[in-house]
Design a protein around this ligand. Structure first.
Ligand code: DC
Length: 227
């Protein structure tokens, strides 16, 4: 059983994927963290996010590993756990910039496919249903209005003690949406066979319930006792 969850930033993919993983006994794979780690490497080496050549040039020096401790994913960048350093607004913008480069996508392809090959994953990202797991048993495209997503991201960043304004978060989200959707390499668009789930105004438990209903429809009621 493999589940693909795609959708724009701040739509609640990671919370949903974590909840599904816990209830269904699957491994949660956050693929955005891989792009964030590649972006962080450029930040740490003072490379501008518009400098495609320099970013591609870093790939030979980058080693990325995924580690699972008590069901939690840890990303190791050249052996170091990157923790929350990949969650800053700057790291978000870098992640979006590096993710538009085909060389970066190719570089991260194997790490993701190795996880798929293990089976039993719920993976979130932008191209999971279209490129990484085209044969996933269930594909959900999770989205919400930019304002709802910005509000959630803003509250998340505040809770982490980051000093941000709602307006900046909203403008970052809108800019990142456009860049992710309009890029040539694996644009962030729904797979033809994805189920669209709009969770504007939902609490995480509502999104979870809606997703379980979709999973049950796709698997013949296999998980009907979960709700
Ligand atoms: O889900 P996230 O916000 O952590 O993702 C960070 C960036 O990485 C996002 O702007 C788009 C990119 N990304 C991608 O292109 N493909 C994926 N499978 C996951 C993320």
């Amino acid at each position: 059983m493999n589940i693909a969850i795609d959708g724009p930033g701040g739509s609640g993919k990671s919370v949903l994927a974590k909840n599904i993983a816990k209830k269904l006994g699957l491994v949660y794979v956050d693929t955005g963290a891989l792009y964030r780690a590649v972006g962080l490497y450029s930040i740490n080496h003072n490379i501008a996010r518009t400098d495609r050549e320099a970013i591609v040039g870093t790939l030979d020096s980058i080693k990325i590993e995924l580690l699972y401790v008590d069901g939690e994913q840890h990303v190791l960048l050249c052996g170091q756990d990157v923790g929350d350093a990949i969650r800053t607004p700057e790291a978000s913008m870098y992640a979006s910039a590096v993710s538009a480069l085909p060389e970066v996508r190719a570089f991260l392809d194997k790490t993701q496919r190795d996880m798929v090959a293990r089976g039993g994953v719920v993976m979130d990202g932008r191209d999971i249903g279209t490129v990484i797991m085209p044969d996933a048993d269930v594909k959900i495209f999770l989205f919400a209005s930019p304002e709802h997503r910005a509000r959630r991201r803003y509250e998340e960043l505040l809770a982490k003690g980051q000093n941000v304004s709602y307006e900046d978060v909203l403008s970052d989200i809108t800019e990142r949406d456009r860049a992710d959707r309009e890029r040539d390499a694996s644009p962030a668009v729904p797979a033809d066979d994805a189920v669209m789930l709009d969770n504007s105004g939902f609490e995480p438990k509502d999104t979870f319930a809606a997703a379980i209903r979709i999973i049950n429809e796709k698997t013949g009621g296999h998980y009907s006792d979960v709700l």
